[in-house]
Design a protein around this ligand. Structure first.
Ligand SMILES: Nc1ncnc2c1ncn2[C@@H]1O[C@H](COP(=O)(O)OP(=O)(O)OP(=O)(O)O)[C@@H](O)[C@H]1O
Ligand SMILES: [Mg+2]
Length: 351
């Protein structure tokens, strides 16, 4: 509780936008006191890795200037199948301390990287039904060199990195404080960014399935550029439902729909995999976040294609917005802040 007052900064380093969120917490709940975004060049983060440290440092410094922040404790997030492995596995029943000691041994067979090159974490889910003496856990492994690269850049920009979280778990935290966890129902948290999509299926408040796919809203941009023979800037306008000279709105919308199909197909494949490998139960709902959620009609089309009701995430549903901020603007961009809000909820000393 000593740390509770300290307002950590949630920093979501996306391949298209940096997002920064700071929350204040009091007895009456959370208050958003800072939210800033900054677009970054496309060659700074590639495939979830930092490919240009100097440019990223400079960009974070620009963002801090914009936010009027000089220093602070930062929680950052990592995702992507090349750096993070999240798996639900079965291990012999033991307590948390015993598992801490034995996790490396238990995890080795599930991790496609050298076990000494990853940081390992876990969450115990509970006894495995029908298998006496066994329990299920969620195993998390993140490549140390990736963590180090991000932490180094954040430190160079003048901030203090205190926690490196996983985007999918940040989404889970965002969901937990804003939505009533639905018992016995499977809810998929789907964050469609520019170059990747994080999927996390939550049941009874616990993540039962997590996957990152390498497709995002950039794919829509590329398809639109080719199909309509337009510039990147104009493709971005079309995605947002804004007028572009020479393109009829119905035509534009048809192409946005076409350009989204492959993203829906990828999400569908993950859901199929969930149904075949984890649980044959139905998915009851999708909570959609990320920049793609701002694409015109994206969520409505998604409901139709996937046959599951889609709700656009509001990470500020139960968070008060400070009077110092432009509440209307914050609400308009809210879905893009989902991961950053989840990160900002973490506190020093958290497990
Ligand atoms: N109104 C909008 N404002 C900003 N971005 C939008 C909007 N509508 C659609 N987008 C798209 O959303 C994407 C950016 O979303 P987001 O910030 O979630 O991605 P990111 O976190 O930077 O990327 P990633 O997590 O994949 O590395 C871009 O492809 C952008 O074109
Ligand atoms: Mg992102």
């Amino acid at each position: 509780m000593l740390f509770w007052k300290k307002k950590t900064v949630g920093l979501d380093i996306g391949s298209n936008y940096l997002k920064l969120v700071q929350l204040d917490s009091s007895r009456s709940g959370y208050e958003l006191i800072l939210f800033e975004m900054l677009p970054i060049q496309s060659d700074i983060i590639t495939e979830g890795l930092v490919s240009d440290k100097n440019k990223l440092t400079a960009a974070i410094q620009d963002l801090l200037k914009k936010a009027g922040l000089k220093k602070g404790d930062v929680v950052l997030g990592i995702s992507g199948h090349a750096s993070v492995i999240i798996k639900r596995i079965t291990v012999p029943q033991m307590n948390e301390d015993e598992l801490s000691l034995g996790i490396k041994y238990e995890a080795e067979q599930y991790i496609p990287f050298d076990i000494n090159e990853v940081n390992i974490g876990f969450q115990i889910l509970g006894p495995k039904p029908q298998e006496v003496g066994q329990m299920e856990i969620v195993l998390v492994a993140v490549k140390k060199n990736v963590i180090n690269d991000y932490a180094e850049v954040v430190a160079n920009s003048g901030l203090t990195p205190i926690i490196v979280d996983v985007d999918a778990f940040a989404l889970g935290n965002m969901y937990e404080i804003n939505y009533n966890v639905m018992e016995k129902r499977n809810v998929a948290l789907v964050n469609v960014g520019a170059s990747k999509t994080n999927i996390s299926i939550i049941k009874d408040g616990l993540p039962v399935f997590t996957r990152d796919c390498g497709i995002g809203s950039n794919y829509q941009t590329e398809v639109l550029m080719k199909a309509l023979n337009i510039s990147k800037e104009n493709a971005e306008r079309v995605k947002r439902g804004q007028a572009v000279e020479g393109i009829a709105p119905e035509n534009a919308q048809m192409h946005v729909s076409n350009s989204s199909d492959e993203i829906y197909a990828e999400i569908y494949r993950s859901f199929e995999y969930f149904r075949s490998s984890v649980s044959e139960e139905e998915l009851n709902g999708i909570v959609l976040s990320g920049g793609a959620a701002l694409t015109k009609s994206f969520s409505e089309m998604m409901t139709e294609r996937l046959g599951v009701p889609v709700e656009v995430a509001d990470p500020f549903k139960k968070i008060k917005i400070s009077k110092k901020l432009d509440a209307a603007l914050v609400k308009d961009l809210a879905p893009i802040a989902a991961v950053a809000v989840g990160l900002a909820l973490r506190r020093a000393g958290d497990r």
